[in-house]
Ligand binder design. Structure first.
Ligand SMILES: [Zn+2]
Length: 466
């Protein structure tokens, strides 16, 4: 039985999707004002394990991850550097995709950007105003009135008895002590420079919390199976998403809330000011592999704090090397058949691996199973057992495990050349602009390069011509 720890209920619950065999999953994406750091990637690697495990269990997963490409921080960063917002954010979106690929993170079905959906956000805010959940303040900004939503605080389990009527917070990130009315729509002020939209609800830009309600519902529907993110998003971000979404639909927004814990560095909070702030690139530059980082991020259970150390990263690197050596050894095995003993080892390993991950992704147990299996097979090989045919079944099992873990051989996944990636993006832009002629031309050019595009409702996918 597949179970997950649901933050809303604060306990493990049997996973039952809305529709049999399908999972609608929303994961809060990066705010693209800077490179995502290894703490961010801890969350994305956890979400990847979650996704891969659901797929392993036969579910079809539709995952949506948005890019926050307009907010307080992106505007500030782009203005400081004197470059247009979309140029600034593109650099970090590109880097995010590159780092994700290096870390073997499967692609989501859809990556909408906040700036591409302002119209839908305006419609949503208008609905909140009509239903009496939102109001316009003196400066033209529109706020969510949290006193109108009776369940406000249900995810973070906060008490609202000291709610200050009408107190407001305009910034996107704030503490529980400031559980005030939050900004849905921020009226333009000079700090925003040339970043604004002229809309029916005024000249301005959306608040951060709004985009996730709008984009998740737009692409996945009114109720999601799973919504996940780091624990720091529980309040105010996810609390506000619930208030917005449920006020508009009158329906439950999310069935299972999954949150991953923080990453610490050598026992301390990671911060640029402490000099212990790392991106994937920083670690690659120091000579570590992306596979080692993935293993390190993956190997601590997602609901426990992970203490990143360079010693741990070195250990992760040698663990992966051990697995590689084992896989290579299997290629050369040519012993006596081990028979029933090996069959039993495979059966037990597969069962324990599955039982462990079914239990709220108990990765510690799953990895222990994997290493027991490797050790036992090595013992048999040392004894001159394990035939070529048997070695093949062991290898198949290892590859099955690796469909979930994605740690054995980081180059297994194909990387697209940069110019092809760019052509796909160009075509997306043409399609958005309803320039069908240009879109078709680019599609044809990609076809000539051996790439076939498929437009799904959730976005475009590619495959190689066979
Ligand atoms: Zn979000």
């Amino acid at each position: 039985m597949l179970r997950f720890f649901n933050t809303m209920a604060r306990k493990k619950m049997k996973f039952v999707p809305l529709e049999k065999g399908k999972v609608k999953m929303y994961t809060c994406g990066p705010t693209v004002y800077d490179f995502a750091h290894i703490g961010n990637f801890r969350t994305y690697v956890f979400q990847d394990l979650l996704r891969r495990w659901l797929e392993y269990r036969g579910f079809t997963v539709t995952q949506v991850m948005q890019f926050t490409d307009v907010d307080d921080r992106t505007i500030k960063a782009s203005r400081e550097q004197g470059i247009p917002l979309n140029v600034h954010t593109k650099k970090f979106i590109d880097a995010f995709f590159e780092h994700s690929q290096r870390l073997n993170i499967e692609k989501a079905e859809c990556y909408p950007r906040a700036t591409e959906h302002i119209d839908e956000m305006v419609v949503f805010v208008k609905q909140l105003i009509e239903k009496g959940y939102a109001y316009k303040a003196e400066d033209g900004s529109i706020y969510y009135d949290i006193s109108k939503f009776k369940d406000y605080g249900k995810l973070s389990k906060m008490k609202l008895k000291e709610l200050k009527a009408g107190a407001r917070v305009k910034v996107d990130s704030y503490e529980k002590e400031q559980a005030w009315d939050f900004a849905l729509w921020k009226a333009w002020d000079k700090e925003d420079g040339n970043v604004f939209w002229e809309t029916e609800i005024g000249k301005g830009r959306p608040g951060w919390h709004l985009e996730c309600s709008v984009l998740s519902m737009l692409y996945l529907g009114e109720t999601l199976d799973i919504h996940s993110g780091g624990v720091d998003l529980i309040f105010p971000h996810h609390e506000n998403e619930i208030a917005q979404s449920e006020a508009v639909t009158g329906k439950k927004f999310v069935n299972y809330w999954l949150h991953s814990e923080h990453l610490m560095v050598e026992g301390e909070k990671m911060a640029k000011s402490l000099g212990n702030y790392y991106t994937l690139k920083d670690l690659l530059d120091k000579g570590y592999s992306a596979g080692a980082l993935r293993y390190l991020l993956l190997s601590t259970h997602y609901r426990q704090q992970l203490n990143f150390t360079f010693e741990g990263l070195k250990a992760a690197q040698s663990t992966i090397e051990r697995l590689t050596i084992f896989l290579e050894r299997l290629q050369e095995v040519d012993g006596e058949p081990a028979g029933e003993e090996l069959k039993e080892l495979i059966r037990t390993a597969r069962m324990s691996f599955g039982t462990a991950l079914d239990d709220d992704l108990n990765i510690t147990k799953a990895l222990a199973t994997l290493f027991d299996f490797v050790r036992e097979v090595n013992r048999l090989i040392d004894q001159g057992k394990v035939s070529r045919k048997e070695a093949k079944t062991v290898h198949d099992s290892m590859m099955d495990f690796d469909n979930v873990l994605a740690i054995m051989g980081e180059v297994k996944k194909e990387l697209l050349p940069k110019e092809i990636e760019e052509l796909i993006q160009e075509r997306e832009a043409a399609r958005k602009a309803k320039d069908w002629k240009a879109a078709d031309e680019i599609r044809q050019r990609l076809y000539e390069r051996g790439i076939i595009l498929e437009d799904a409702t959730t976005g475009v996918k590619w495959r190689r011509k066979s």
